[in-house]
Design a binder for this molecule. Structure first.
Ligand SMILES: Cc1cc2nc3c(=O)[nH]c(=O)nc-3n(C[C@H](O)[C@H](O)[C@H](O)COP(=O)(O)OP(=O)(O)OC[C@H]3O[C@@H](n4cnc5c(N)ncnc54)[C@H](O)[C@@H]3O)c2cc1C
Length: 424
């Protein structure tokens, strides 16, 4: 039973639950179309969340389109231009190819990044932000979602009405749960992740984000130059080792990265600046992302193993496609038709990388091996590594410069092998 307080006037076109990447971007794009948006989040910003992201040119372009890029640039994080995978036998490391006009990536702590985006977005007069507000229920009328129930802290439950409710509330989306949205194309997670930010980790000659992977030991460690002089170090733990690892996350992380000779050297004066955070192995999924009066964006609507750093871009892509569909509903398209198109376009845009990463990691058991979900031990990667232009094309898959299908097709892979053999 809810303790009911007066129902607020229906002054909002949209209530968005969740105010981080997906929610803030969606709010910006709807407000720009004249929608009156209520943005709710149980967190108070700046607030951290479990994520140690890198994001690339394709995401920078969307941040620019929502007007938040200047605020992100102002954080002053190092521009990462050197990216790739380093193995004991060969490197797939290159300068990032240009993607959407950007030849760099950023790794910025989520409390800093999300706050910079949010503070910019809420400058729009059509957006009202309520922090510290937890949504616990949906209001339905005649088979349609017409609002939310929730409360700020320990105050009384409020009911707030709107034309539509959008769940941008992450993997454990309460909106998805309340509408009983079903998943599809689920792929089981194979890897737990632990990470922490360090000070005084020796940089390379230029800002970099490298994956140190060893096909023989099936271990992988990611090291990204982050904001504020910090370096984020993360390590994958195979699902089978997770029970042991979770008894000692600090020891597990330290032991994994210090076992890589180059990292032991780079990190010999490093001190940990944050607690070790992490996530148990987590399935990738798509989720039914619309219904009468509701929709899902970001991780609420689809989630991909974070190994290749696609979550932020997938969330921003979904926000843009959702906002286009929203525009159609304002021009009298039916909600259900416009939203079905949103989901179709989101899936089409994200499917190639989803299949490459989620299915690849499942096949391989140990996602960190390839930065790619493909076995680094196979001859094709040695062949790629010998051809600098091909390494750059390959790396371009992860920042949106190279369509997956233009690289991973039989003709291209054969060409790469032949060139490698001819070169001796
Ligand atoms: C370990 C790890 C590493 C990652 N690394 C990368 C990377 O390198 N690059 C990359 O692009 N992505 C990475 N990701 C993925 C990325 O973090 C997500 O894809 C991204 O955060 C999705 O954003 P979102 O806005 O959809 O959801 P979230 O960031 O999860 O935000 C959801 C928001 O909803 C709010 N909320 C939830 N429930 C309620 C409620 N009931 N009421 C009110 N508010 C609510 C939460 O407080 C939260 O603020 C990583 C993820 C993990 C776990």
């Amino acid at each position: 039973m809810h303790e009911h307080t007066p129902i607020q006037e229906d002054v909002y076109d949209a209530i968005i639950v969740g105010a981080r990447i997906a929610g803030a971007a969606t709010a910006a794009l709807l407000a720009r179309q004249g929608a009156r948006v209520l943005l709710l989040d149980r967190a108070r910003f700046p607030a951290t969340t479990v994520s140690c992201p890198i994001f690339f040119g394709n995401s920078l372009a969307v941040l620019d389109r929502i007007g938040a890029l200047a605020a992100v640039e102002a954080i002053g994080a190092p521009k990462i231009r050197s990216y790739g995978t380093r193995t004991p036998d060969f490197d797939l490391v290159t300068r990032l190819p240009e993607s959407n006009g950007y030849d760099y990536a950023y790794s910025i702590r989520r409390d800093v990044l999300d706050d910079a985006i949010l503070q910019t977005v809420i400058q729009h007069p059509n957006i009202t932000l309520r922090e510290g507000f937890t949504v616990s229920g949906l209001v339905q009328s005649e088979g349609r979602v017409v609002g939310v129930r929730g409360r700020a802290g320990s105050s009384a439950t409020e009911t707030i009405l709107a034309d539509a409710v959008i769940g941008a509330d992450g993997k454990r989306s309460v909106v998805a749960r309340l509408v009983e949205a079903s998943d599809y194309d689920r792929v089981s997670g194979q890897t737990a992740i632990y990470y922490a930010y360090y000070r005084d980790f020796a940089p390379l000659h230029e800002p970099s984000a490298l994956i140190y992977a060893d096909p023989r030991t099936q271990k992988g460690v990611l090291v990204f130059d982050a904001d504020s002089g910090l370096t984020v170090v993360s390590a994958g733990v195979a699902a089978g080792d997770f029970e042991t690892a979770k008894r000692d996350p600090e020891g597990t992380l330290e032991q994994l990265w210090r076992a890589v000779p180059e990292l032991a050297e780079r990190g010999k004066h490093a001190t940990r600046a944050t607690p070790v955070m992490g996530q148990a192995p987590m399935d990738s999924y798509y989720r039914q992302s619309f219904g009468p009066g509701w929709a899902l964006v970001g991780d609420a609507g689809m989630y991909l193993d974070p190994i290749t750093g696609q979550g932020i871009n997938n969330a921003l892509t979904a926000a843009e496609l959702f906002a286009e569909a929203w525009g159609k509903t304002r021009r009298r398209a039916s909600w259900m038709n416009a939203m079905a198109e949103y989901q179709r376009r989101r899936d089409a845009a994200t499917r190639p990388i989803y299949n490459l990463v989620a299915l690849g990691t499942q096949a391989q058991q140990m996602s960190w091996m390839g930065d790619l979900g493909v076995d680094l031990g196979t001859p094709i990667f040695k062949a790629i590594a010998r051809q600098p232009a091909t390494v750059q094309q390959y790396i371009g898959i992860f920042n949106g410069a190279t369509p997956v299908s233009s690289f991973f097709n039989p003709l291209n892979l054969t060409r790469i092998m032949v060139r490698s053999v001819v070169a001796g």
